[in-house]
Design a protein around this ligand. Structure first.
Ligand code: GUN
Ligand code: FE
Length: 427
């Protein structure tokens, strides 16, 4: 009898190991057994001989990628307003657009565009911000669940500084709306998990943070937010929470920075100093590095080489619409590029990222947030992409690793021809 989610893919395979080195197998076989990777082989081992084989020919086969930080409602204005700095961009573009999701009919029109592009992208897992609207957030979660992608999704909390029509009435109202949302989605999904999402300190009062910490203790849910993204934001947080020793402490003081067992995702950390990084390490925080967003809204360059050297958890985020594209390939190449500018212009003791580092960040670095995800080592959940790079012509024969690097830089010439999440075929 043929078992479900048992199959073999054939192609030119590359994946990252836990030490951030890359492994490649040309004309290899990667085996999926009950949705779990059994490993990569140069021939099909005897025990898998009866599994069906999909031959992707000369295509590349890589692990699925994780977008650790993306705003679904902002997809509608991606690539617009990119000449502003963070706080002005939030006020001029982001908050007015997010306010529109108060109408469920608008969410029902807008979210499918986002979900469909994500489904057909290299992303297999994502940590997603919705808006403060409970109903619209359930709509987004229903659509993500139906897509087959695996995600954490948060109804945003904000009880101050959201501008016109994007502010919850009070801390109590925000916490109550969160509880309503959580009861609406309880037990509803197999691949979609709620995550508490205080937008960032400027939008969340101390009282709201305290109430959300209470929800966190009751539910055990994870938390995602923004941290140390932009100088003007950081100065504002100092005024708002003067008793905090650093911005990260403004979350930790209210028990909103997670723990190694229930890690939080914090986007950006561009300006986190050694003390803040030590706090993140102690809490097991995952840093979502979002290089394109950091360029677009004039935030700066996050010292990712330093994060890795300190043993922090790091993955990549598109941060659409601070970032203009959902492409994790683009996030990979930009991560390398901005790291070289940090080394050149800011601090030449922080080593720039290699391609292997960037590949690791996009796959295993962010994938770890979801468990054993993001590699083809035995025991990992089976998330895989098949990419046809045959339009990228070459004078000489390239190794699989070289082809993967060029795939990232020449993504427009490459085509996603297969996509699997937890052993289920999406494309
Ligand atoms: N800080 C608070 N909200 C946002 C947002 O929507 N995008 C970015 N990039 N930073 C934020
Ligand atoms: Fe963001």
């Amino acid at each position: 009898m043929q078992r479900k989610d048992c199959f073999v893919l054939k192609g030119n395979i590359i994946y990252a190991r836990e030490d951030r080195t890359l492994a490649e197998q040309s004309e290899g076989y990667v085996v999926c057994e009950d949705g779990i990777c059994a490993g990569v082989f140069d021939g099909i081992p005897e025990q898998y001989k009866n599994f069906p084989v999909t031959d992707y020919g000369d295509a590349l086969i890589v692990p699925g990628m994780t977008d650790l930080h993306v705003h679904a409602p902002q997809y509608t204005f991606r690539g617009l307003g990119m000449d502003l700095e963070l706080l002005d961009w939030l006020a001029a573009h982001t908050f007015p657009e997010e306010a529109r999701y108060g109408e469920l009919s608008y969410a029902k029109q807008a979210y499918p565009y986002f979900v469909e592009e994500l489904r057909t992208s290299c992303t297999t897992r994502a940590c997603v911000f919705a808006t403060l609207h409970g109903e619209a957030t359930v709509e987004l979660m229903d659509e993500l669940e139906a897509s087959g992608l695996v995600s954490y999704v948060g109804k945003v909390n904000m009880d101050r500084n959201g501008g016109v029509n994007l502010c919850e009435e009070s801390a109590e109202a925000s916490a109550a709306a969160t509880r309503d949302w959580l009861s609406a989605v309880k037990g509803r999904y197999a691949h979609t998990t709620p995550i508490l999402t205080p937008r960032f300190t400027p939008c969340c009062s101390d009282e709201l943070m305290r109430l959300l910490a209470g929800v966190q203790r009751e539910t055990g849910l994870r938390v995602q937010s923004h941290l140390s993204e932009n100088p003007s934001e950081i100065a504002w947080v100092k005024e708002l929470v003067p008793e905090a020793s650093c911005y990260g402490d403004a979350y930790a003081l209210f028990d909103m920075l997670g723990s190694p067992d229930t890690p939080a995702v914090m986007a950006h950390c561009v300006y986190s100093d050694d003390a803040e990084l030590a706090l993140l390490k102690a809490h097991g925080t995952y840093i979502a590095h979002c290089p394109e967003s950091n360029l677009n809204v004039s935030s700066g360059i996050a010292p990712v080489g330093k994060f890795l050297a300190k043993g922090l958890h790091v993955g990549l985020g598109s941060d659409v619409a601070g970032g203009s594209t959902l492409s994790m390939l683009r996030a990979m190449t930009l991560a390398v590029q901005v790291s070289k500018m940090y080394w050149r212009l800011v601090d030449n003791t922080v080593r720039p990222l290699t391609f292997a580092d960037a590949f690791y960040l996009a796959t295993l670095g962010g994938g770890r947030y979801f468990g054993k995800v993001g590699s083809f080592l035995p025991g990992y959940e089976f998330d895989a992409l098949a990419v046809d790079d045959s339009s990228v012509k070459s004078m000489r024969r390239l190794s699989v690793t070289e082809r993967a690097e060029r795939m990232a830089y020449q993504e427009c010439a490459c085509r996603l021809v297969g996509k699997y999440v937890r052993g289920r075929k999406l494309v």
